[in-house]
Design a protein. Structure first.
Ligand code: GDP
Ligand code: MG
Length: 439
């Protein structure tokens, strides 16, 4: 998913601007990418039309290009589609009950232990139980995990009634003053009416605070049907997405959230007990997009670059009245964004070490500071009209700024080249004027 979207946006980047037609093309690509990532069709449709609405109305923020801005819009929409804010566990009762449901192999038993460990670390007294009466190995698996994390596991190894085990475990939880009971249940490889019914009855009898549906992030298109079946038959209060470490597409997260409307509360990120974290829609969206840190770059630019300042700068650039004074102001604007290295790293496509090095050699902070120092040492008159800077003025400027005449020369040369490039741009701009500044 990340790669597809990235290459789409790179195409935008080369165009420099996004008109309506380009936006539609881009949206089509994003739609295909999402469908390929096994996101449910309806979820995709809603998603795309939301982005279209936002992108069409959005002004391009100065200091970022339209492609970067679109990334931000797609990102924000992804965050929204993934639930917006992170969802916390909702444990009200004393003792509280958490019921885990899901298909076999989805990661329920592992997750039961991870969750127990998570709550134990918060100082809660936790009891685990296994209502998986079909596979003796399942109970043993939970027992071993419990020993590993130091959480007691309530088992009735010869009991064949999963509902009875759950009720007995709840009784023990009350009698022995536990804070939380986590019930691990059985699953089959496919949706199974009998098991759904069993889970529904356990829910009825134990009245859990949380019924968490556990699903493997690699499930694919089937995820929608599985989630819907469990939601309809048993009901759920939240979702835990496992094996996020092996999924690169992120489609399942969008699908299950979209089809059930229930928040994703945790993510499993590996086989070890500690590979478990709260689900942050924000971080996952960034990961799905795989766009470096463009989002924060755009946010930063929005914060620090004054809209009017940027606009008048742009007018000056294009009018050809651009002076060294303006050049200095522009340098300051860039520096406000933070260390140049950091900014470069945020730009997609520049993440690779080789490219990064090249760019860093070309512009680094020290160089920027020296350039500013040189311009600072000029008189206002010199800044307005670089042509009057003769050899003796250059020596004075070099001395004043602690640089050399060679560097002053290089700067002036660079400035003249930049002015020339701007004249070229102005001609192009006129041709493109029709396209407008909006998406
Ligand atoms: P259950 O049948 O739903 O109880 O699933 P299990 O808890 O037995 O897990 C099935 C397999 O998935 C086991 O091999 C686990 O180690 C593995 N597993 C569970 N969660 C994760 C995860 O977040 N990442 C990875 N890589 N493997 C996981
Ligand atoms: Mg299990």
């Amino acid at each position: 998913l990340a790669e597809r979207i990235q290459s789409t946006l790179e195409k935008f980047g080369r165009k420099g601007r996004i008109d309506k037609e380009t936006l539609e093309k881009g949206l089509r690509e994003i739609k295909l990418a999402l469908l390929e990532a096994d996101v449910n069709y309806k979820v995709v449709s809603n998603f795309i039309s939301d982005i279209r609405e936002k992108a069409l109305g959005a002004e391009v923020v100065k200091g970022v290009n339209p492609a970067q801005q679109l990334v931000k819009i797609v990102h924000d929409e992804l965050v929204e589609a993934l639930g917006g804010e992170e969802a916390k566990l909702n444990l009200k009762n004393k003792p509280a009950v958490i019921l885990l449901i899901g298909l076999q192999g989805s990661g329920k038993t592992t997750t039961a232990a991870k969750l127990a460990n998570f709550l134990k670390k918060q100082g809660k007294k936790v009891l685990l139980t296994s209502a998986d009466v079909y596979r003796p190995a399942a109970m043993l698996q939970l027992k071993k995990l419990g020993e590993k994390i130091g959480v007691p596991v309530f088992l009735e190894e010869n009991e064949k009634d999963a509902v009875k085990i759950s009720k007995d475990a709840l009784k023990k939880t009350r009698d022995e003053n536990y804070d939380v009971l986590i019930i691990d249940t059985a699953g089959r490889l496919h949706i199974d009416e009998e098991l759904l019914e069993e889970a529904r009855r356990i829910r009825e009898e134990t009245n859990p605070d949380e019924v968490l549906f556990v699903i493997d992030a690699m499930t694919g298109q089937e995820a929608v049907n599985i989630a819907k079946a469990f939601n309809d038959a048993v009901g759920m209060t939240g979702i835990i997405l496992t094996k996020m470490d092996s999924d690169s597409r992120g489609g399942v997260a969008l699908s299950v959230k979209g089809v059930t409307g229930k928040p994703i509360k945790f993510a499993g990120t590996g086989e070890k007990i500690e590979d478990f974290e709260q689900f942050y829609p924000d971080r996952v969206a960034s990961r799905i997009l795989g766009m470096g840190d463009v989002v924060s770059l755009v946010e930063k630019a929005q914060q620090v670059i004054d809209e009017r300042e940027a606009l008048s700068m742009q007018e000056k650039l294009l009018s050809g009245e651009f002076t060294l004074e303006d050049f200095r102001q522009q340098l300051r604007m860039i520096q406000k964004l933070g260390p140049i290295q950091q900014i470069i790293r945020m730009i997609p496509g520049l993440g690779s070490q080789k490219v990064l090095k090249q760019v860093q050699q070309a512009i680094d902070d020290k160089k920027l500071k020296r350039i500013e120092a040189i311009i600072n040492s000029m008189t206002p008159e010199e800044r307005r009209n670089h042509a009057i800077i003769n050899a003796s003025r250059k020596r004075r400027i070099a001395k004043g700024s602690g640089t050399s005449v060679k560097e002053v020369d290089a700067l002036i040369k660079q400035f003249v080249q930049m002015k020339m490039a701007m004249k070229q741009m102005r001609k192009m701009q006129k041709k493109m004027a029709k396209r407008g500044r909006k998406f």
